[in-house]
Design a protein around this ligand. Structure first.
Ligand SMILES: Nc1ncnc2c1ncn2[C@@H]1O[C@H](COP(=O)(O)OP(=O)(O)OP(=O)(O)O)[C@@H](O)[C@H]1O
Length: 238
């Protein structure tokens, strides 16, 4: 058995007196899609923010064996742990193409950057059709594709996606879904935080359910599908 690529151990995050994450632990294997589900305000984003080095935390986060407390957020990106945030963080007045290139700003393997551009345009033909369009004029779904595409341009080993389906129409969710499948087939490790449990259960091999900052349940997607509480509280509501 290989070591997990990403390990979160006894993670605690406080916002002032509010205890947002209460001893969260999980580990993600190379090549898997790992889902984190839970309602609004449960702590999913806080966990991803802690992993990316955006918030202070107690506990340990290890990426490929390295304790991330010793690494700054820019180096985390260079090392291939890439975060596609819920609010997408696009450069609104830059074109699609320019936004994609911004994703590659820390890379010096120019030939591979061109290959990845081709791959992103092939993965999302809507972006290819809109190379020169300003990001702010794109639809929500197109912006989400651009955010994922830009993250891919950073050459991730692990891609963290926060709510990639939020507010999107079913037809666009299907496009995102197809892209995830293809990326997963290519061996990319994905940490997927979603309120849309149906989507997460469709893609993730293993999941954790977070409620009010604590992991209430962890297991395989089969175990989640078979769990009465999960079915009643979370599945079929989207
Ligand atoms: N910067 C902050 N300052 C204070 N409290 C915060 C901050 N960010 C998040 N919180 C609080 O921490 C808790 C967890 O929020 P978080 O955004 O991590 O949840 P979430 O599961 O990602 O929810 P959502 O699905 O709505 O994004 C919430 O109670 C939220 O109000």
């Amino acid at each position: 058995m290989t070591d997990p690529i990403l390990e979160v151990e006894d993670l605690n995050v406080y916002y002032g007196k509010s205890h947002a994450l209460k001893g969260v632990s999980l580990s993600i294997d190379e090549g898997e899609i790992y889902g984190v589900i839970g309602p609004n305000g449960a702590g999913k984003t806080t966990m991803l923010n802690a992993i990316a080095g955006f918030v202070d935390y107690e506990g340990a986060i290890r990426y490929d064996g390295t304790d991330l407390a010793t690494v700054n957020p820019q180096q985390i990106v260079r090392d291939g742990l890439i975060y596609c945030t819920e609010d997408r963080d696009l450069f609104p007045f830059f074109s699609v193409h320019e936004n994609l290139l911004m994703g590659a700003q820390f890379r010096d393997d120019r030939g591979a950057v061109q290959d990845d551009l081709d791959m992103v345009y092939e993965l999302f033909p809507r972006l290819d059709e809109r190379r020169e369009q300003e990001a702010e004029t794109m639809s929500g779904g197109e912006q989400q594709m651009l955010a994922v595409g830009r993250a891919l341009m950073s050459d991730p080993d692990v891609l963290m996606l926060d709510e990639p389906t939020l507010g999107l129409a079913p037809v666009i969710i299907q496009d995102i879904s197809d892209a995830l499948e293809r990326l997963s087939d290519q061996g990319l490790t994905i940490l997927l935080a979603e309120q849309n449990s149906t989507f997460a259960l469709r893609h993730a091999e293993r999941l954790s359910l977070i409620e009010t900052g604590e992991i209430e349940l962890a297991g395989t997607s089969e175990e989640f599908h078979g769990n009465e509480y999960v079915r009643e509280a979370y599945v079929g509501v989207h």
